[in-house]
Design a protein around this ligand. Structure first.
Ligand code: EPS
Length: 356
């Protein structure tokens, strides 16, 4: 499975091509709406105020409601682009933004907002993954879901899946939502931004997906997550906490009734163990701030950079569906690759249940 995207934040449209989809997957434009709405801007006062329709047009690869096996091309027209918002900083590099590195790489850049580096691009990852999520659920009983596991300094006090979809933060503790609202209101008033951690979990992944040395499942997941804008860290299972653990604690003991813990996050030696896949992703604070910062313009002169316009004070708030999408796309790819190489091997015994 190969997904590529195109388009700029303030251009006419964004889109993606999903190549390598098996034929016969039922897909209609309406299937995309729920996940795109979960990711969208303008849904609460805590995210960018841009109002996009995010309506998906299927351009190819689907006939009479089913994938044909040829490349699936999806298009979303930008309906609320406002490139003029960026005229004041068109010749400047925002500190902490990809403006500078795009300029160094290409010697030119689209100065309308983030252009290609904008979080707008993630719309198409989420759209592509609607197909992957559907196929994984129907074909393998694999489900991917996520939640916001940290907002700045705030940590959840409980982890209740039922709460996650009932608040604009994807927060797993309903009782803390008012605290988050005040936290974000104060942050927005201050003009600053903050980072966040998103945790994604895949259930139903059978043992055996992934590659043992090159293209390890954890490496593929890390690369996929790192390709999302603003991501600065990825952990699998206990991740960096493993540094302080003893082997006697970290090893996931097993009985015939199931594994007794999941410190490894469902991956051993680059291959899925059949336990839940646990992935945590760190998002940096957004760099587009109205607080003045010292910067340099394209002539190399010192300037004071002030960014106005519509921005997320915490881009991590909308990132849960994006991380889910990347995990689903990696898993669909791994499932297809596993079938191609080892399809004839079938189920191997003994199979240890994911959890005792
Ligand atoms: C964002 C700034 C704006 C947002 C964007 C996230 O984009 P730009 O810099 O291109 O003007 O509106 O999000 C989207 C457009 C989207 O669809 O996700 C930011 O600073 O976080």
């Amino acid at each position: 499975l190969r997904v590529t995207t195109f388009g700029e934040s303030h251009g006419p449209a964004i889109g993606c091509v999903v190549d390598g989809c098996p034929p016969g997957i039922e897909i209609a434009p309406a299937d995309f709406a729920p996940d795109l709405a979960r990711r969208a801007t303008g849904k609460s006062r805590h995210v960018s105020a841009r109002h996009e329709d995010d309506a998906v047009e299927i351009l190819s690869g689907v006939h009479e409601g089913r994938t044909t096996g040829t490349p699936v091309a999806l298009l979303v027209r930008n309906t609320d682009a406002r490139g003029k918002d960026y005229d004041a900083i068109a010749g400047q590099f925002r500190p902490g933004h990809a403006d500078y590195t795009y300029w160094q790489k290409y010697g030119t850049r689209d100065p309308r907002g983030g252009g290609r580096s904008s979080a707008r691009e993630t719309t198409m990852r989420v759209a592509a993954a609607v197909i992957a999520k559907k196929w994984l659920a129907q074909r393998h009983g694999v489900h991917v879901r996520g939640y916001l596991a940290q907002l700045g300094e705030v940590l959840p006090r409980a982890c209740d899946w039922a709460a996650v979809e009932a608040n604009p933060f994807f927060w797993p503790d309903a009782a803390q939502v008012p605290e988050l609202e005040s936290y974000m209101d104060a942050l927005r008033k201050s003009g600053d931004s903050v980072g966040a951690r998103v945790t994604v979990v895949a259930t139903g992944v059978p043992p055996g997906w992934g590659e043992p040395v090159y293209g390890k499942l954890d490496a593929e997941i890390a690369a996929a997550m790192m390709s999302i804008n603003a991501v600065k860290g990825v952990e699998i299972g206990d991740g960096f906490a493993s540094v302080m653990q003893r082997g006697s604690v970290h090893r996931d003991q097993a009985t015939p009734d199931g594994f007794l813990s999941n410190h490894a996050g469902g991956i051993l030696g680059g291959i899925s163990s059949g336990q839940q896949l646990l992935v945590s992703v760190a998002f940096k604070p957004t760099s587009s701030l109205r607080l003045p910062a010292r910067g340099v313009d394209i002539e190399g002169k010192a300037v004071e950079v002030v960014t106005t316009g519509r921005h997320d004070p915490c881009v991590g708030i909308r990132a849960t569906p994006i991380c889910e999408a990347m995990l689903a796309l990696v898993l669909m790819d791994q499932a297809l690759r596993h079938r191609a190489q080892c399809g004839d091997v079938g189920e191997v015994s003994p199979r240890i249940p994911p959890q005792a």
